[in-house]
Design a protein around this ligand. Sequence first.
Ligand code: NDP
Length: 445
Amino acid sequence: MSPALQPHFDTVLARNPGEVEFHQAVAEVLGSLAPVVERHPEYVDQAIIERICEPERQLIFRVPWVDDQGQMQINRGFRVEFNSALGPYKGGLRFHPSVYLGIVKFLGFEQIFKNSLTGMPIGGGKGGSDFDPRGRSDAEIMRFCQSFMTELYRHLGEHTDVPAGDIGVGGREIGYLFGQYKRITNRYESGVLTGKGIAWGGSLVRTEATGYGTVMFAQSMLGAQGKDLDGRRVTVSGSGNVATYAIAKAQQLGADVVAFSDSSGYVVDEAGVDLALLREVKEVQRGRVADYVEQRPGARLVTSGSIWDVPTEVALPCATQNELDESDAKQLVVNGLLAVAEGANMPATPNAVALMREAGVLFGPGKAANAGGVATSALEMQQNASRDAWSFDYTEDRLQQIMTGIHDTCVATAEEYGAPGDYVLGANIAGFIKVADAMLALGVI
Ligand code: NDP
């Protein structure tokens, strides 16, 4: 890190002890900004770096609820409203036992720059809970969501803070959260949450958007090299929302998707993933990857090692943070990896990223590659504001334009700062400058 930025990073470490994922996310962004602060000393002089690393507001609250056995359960809820220079705080809610303040802050910090890159008027925020939805009944999920929203609602609003889904929060949870918000406020304020059902204010393509957008970004990176996805072997980690639609779009573009996973193991299906079966297992049966293998002759389940041991030309990590480490990266490179697009947030560790970039692998960082989800959330907000509902094809075209725009912005910015082909540098710098300039214009905020 440059000497101009190191003191600010040291401050982040001292002010946020133990929040290792947040430290990692800040280091990744500040690591790209040396040429920017050299050209624009005002970003340091006006304390933009210091301010951008400090959330505007951090909320932590108790979420009490009663389980099906009549027992009281207590979880912890979070919302970090990180930066509203460009628009209302925007970013998902994650329900997973690993959630604590450091995870929410890393995700919220990433979200600032991702949202800036989309070109839409949205600030950055993130939230969630250490609640584990796995194995809970529908009624328990509903009671939890109602209790969570009973506290959070006072901080939300279509012009204030607009959550969406993330790990463990899909259409069902957004429904229960929106229902409780509507009931408490007595307002049908559609624009307060995104990822809603199509019948009640949702946008077509929002469900597909993150996975589709990730593959569109991969296709753009390959396209810039005169290549494409057609006929290429692709591996997708995870089997949730992002993974499912990354598989769908990759298959539409002619790729052979041969592996996917969940936290219990990974599946290799050399005949090509049967997406209809995978969706049936995950969305209807609410099963595990082992249930797919039981119903799919020829597919095999692997419960040791890493999904990144599977030889692949394009890797799409779509599960969770730090799921692809240095040894995975080495194996992928040995096996002939061409490109990585991060569907998840920060799935590759810093050493893995460095190794893949040095090996000449095209590397699309999450804040660029997975921005299609939040961009389509902003399109959902536009439709809500104008009481309109766009067609699937029109909305997908908008998503494609946005992803192409983000790709081209990363390429142009990397070139402008003397690092052609460096998507990490391009994404960090382009995302940062827009927010930094807005903060300068808005005064001491
Ligand atoms: P889902 O809950 O729908 O799916 C998550 C998937 O990842 C599941 O298959 C889950 O398996 C797996 N997973 C979670 N934790 C682990 C772990 N520790 N090890 C291995 N597998 C794991 O979440 P999403 O698909 O929505 O989110 C996936 C990633 O994409 C996250 O990083 C999220 O922040 C990011 N993202 C999501 C967006 C969205 O629109 N949904 C937008 C932008 C980024 P299991 O069921 O076994 O836990």
